[in-house]
Design a binder for this molecule. Structure first.
Ligand code: GAR
Length: 240
């Protein structure tokens, strides 16, 4: 008898292009798991339509029905736990999480953020990178802790900032890399290669001294300063 595939629950607030990359990777068998539910705090999130189209359960939890963050997060946790997820994925989920929530999923809760964390947590990262005159920008995937866009860093992709960039062109360049990086990191987790132990990120049993760097234009990854090649290139042209 074949074991049931691992369950992933994805939380979104908006377009859901990262969700689409994850759905494609599970559909194609690149990630050996199934997205069992997509939950949003925004009824109009386009990502809910993407999930529906893929035949995945969707839920809208209305923040206005709850007077406190703790009550909302409790309802969210109850909804998530019905699906017994191996991993909870924040994919453009733009709502602050309570400590209770983060503690409950600690070590199996990941987020993607459009900057080279710890630089530029919070919103409007592309604009802030331009205003700061940075020549490099990128994306980070990390385990979540109780602080905003913080928590142990897992992996990054770096992209150049061009002289003629505006926030939109920069966002597009970063988003393209988000769609490569997030499925790859989720695959590592589902394949049990990636773990969080006492605030230390382990990949294949090796503690990361710095986030893994995935090359923007190839499957090359650099782990603790040593270049290796990914076992499988992930290129999700379908996500938009
Ligand atoms: C992505 O750029 C993601 O990195 C960002 O929201 C966007 C969602 O896009 N997340 C954050 O800023 C979290 N702090 P998507 O809905 O198309 O995946």
């Amino acid at each position: 008898m074949r074991a049931r595939p691992a369950s992933i629950v994805v939380l979104i607030s908006g377009s859901g292009s990262n969700l689409q990359a994850i759905l494609d990777a599970t559909h194609d068998g690149v990630i050996d798991a199934q997205v069992s539910a997509v939950i949003s705090n925004n009824q109009d999130a386009f990502g809910l339509q993407r999930a529906h189209r893929a035949g995945v359960d969707t839920h809208f939890i209305d923040p206005q029905r709850y007077t406190t963050r703790a009550e909302f997060d409790l309802a969210l946790m109850q909804c998530i736990d019905r699906y017994h997820p191996a991993l909870v994925v924040l994919a453009g989920y733009l709502r602050i999480l309570s400590k209770e929530f983060v503690d409950h999923y600690y070590g199996r809760l990941v987020n993607i953020h459009p900057s080279l964390l710890p630089k530029f947590p919070g919103l409007k990262t592309h604009q802030r990178v331009l205003e700061n005159g940075d020549t490099e920008h990128g994306v980070t995937v990390h385990f979540v802790n109780a602080e905003l866009d913080a928590g142990p860093l897992i992996a990054q992709v770096r992209v150049p900032v061009h002289a003629d960039d505006d926030a939109l062109s920069l966002a597009e360049r970063v988003l393209e890399q988000e769609h490569r990086l997030y499925p790859l990191v989720i695959k590592w987790f589902i394949d049990r290669r990636l773990k969080l132990r006492e605030n230390t990120v382990l990949l294949d049993g090796v503690a990361l001294r710095s986030p893994v760097q995935l090359a923007p234009d190839s499957s090359k990854v650099t782990i603790n300063g040593t270049s290796e090649t990914t076992d499988r290139t992930i290129n999700h042209d379908k996500a938009e």
